[in-house]
Design a protein around this ligand. Structure first.
Ligand code: ADP
Ligand code: ADP
Length: 226
């Protein structure tokens, strides 16, 4: 079964400029991509090649100019409002810059989304500890983000993304601010989640990281898949 399907997807951020400027190119052109449930996929390519745009289309942050996008049996292109929010709850998203709340502890950062989604206090407690354990932060639950290293902060953001056990995990350049050791740790966590059954899509321009793993690689250049 498929987790992600893109058919002839095009993304043009600026419809006006395309008419007036010869050098303007689309962020994505004729993208066709299928990712099976349970797959681990790296998306690589230089800065500006369209990796981030591709992920944004998958979680509905941007809408495609044309083409069709299906994520976990939902036609994302047609989803609006509440139905889009419901799909997003089934996607764990990790960013390069962590996006943690500085005034909240590690535990609070991880559980705030569950609270908003109406999980009971008991269910939140039940989920917190195994998630902290999975990312190796059991002893840091009461710390604030500023007390953690970059690698630890990224592990908090992963914990926040996975605490509701989403079937799909999207990570946009998650190791972009980290040294090789920490980067490798982060990738190992994603690989573990993948062995638990999650479908994982990670963008990176770190060739070494990709070569260290035996996963499918989708290479992008100038808005196209090579
Ligand atoms: P990558 O993630 O590979 O660095 P992006 O998807 O961020 O690539 O960018 C692909 C292209 O789309 C680039 O030319 C970039 O300048 C352009 N782009 C990205 N976001 C926007 C935006 N919000 N508005 C206009 N152009 C954008
Ligand atoms: P256990 O068997 O100890 O309950 P699992 O091995 O099933 O735990 O999973 C460990 C943790 O992995 C879960 O508590 C959860 O926080 C996290 N997790 C996140 N996303 C997923 C996923 N898609 N599938 C499985 N586990 C996930």
């Amino acid at each position: 079964a498929m987790m992600v399907q893109l058919r002839d997807v095009k993304k043009n951020y600026d419809r006006d400029r395309v008419a007036t400027s010869a050098e303007y190119r689309n962020a994505l052109v004729n993208i066709n991509l299928e990712v099976k449930k349970g797959e681990f996929v790296f998306i690589t390519g230089p800065s500006g090649s369209g990796k981030s745009t591709l992920l944004k289309l998958l979680y509905g942050e941007e809408v495609p100019t044309s083409g069709e996008i299906v994520v976990d049996e939902c036609n994302v292109t047609a989803l609006r409002g509440n139905r889009l929010s419901l799909l997003r709850r089934r996607i764990g998203i990790v960013f390069q810059d962590y996006k943690l709340i500085p005034q909240r502890t590690v535990a609070e950062n991880i559980t705030v989304v569950l609270q908003v989604q109406g999980y009971t206090r008991k269910e939140i407690q039940r989920r917190l500890e195994p998630t902290l354990k999975l990312v190796g932060l059991l002893t840091k639950a009461a710390c604030f983000p500023s007390q953690l290293s970059g690698g630890e902060q990224q592990r908090v953001s992963i914990a926040r993304a996975i605490v509701s056990t989403p079937p799909l995990i999207l990570a946009d350049e998650p190791t972009g601010n980290l040294d090789p050791d920490n980067s490798w740790q982060i990738i190992q966590i994603f690989r573990k989640l993948n062995t638990f059954g999650a479908t994982v899509i990670v963008t990176t321009h770190d060739e070494q990281l990709v070569r260290g793993c035996n996963h499918r690689v989708v290479q992008m250049l100038d808005g196209k898949i090579l």
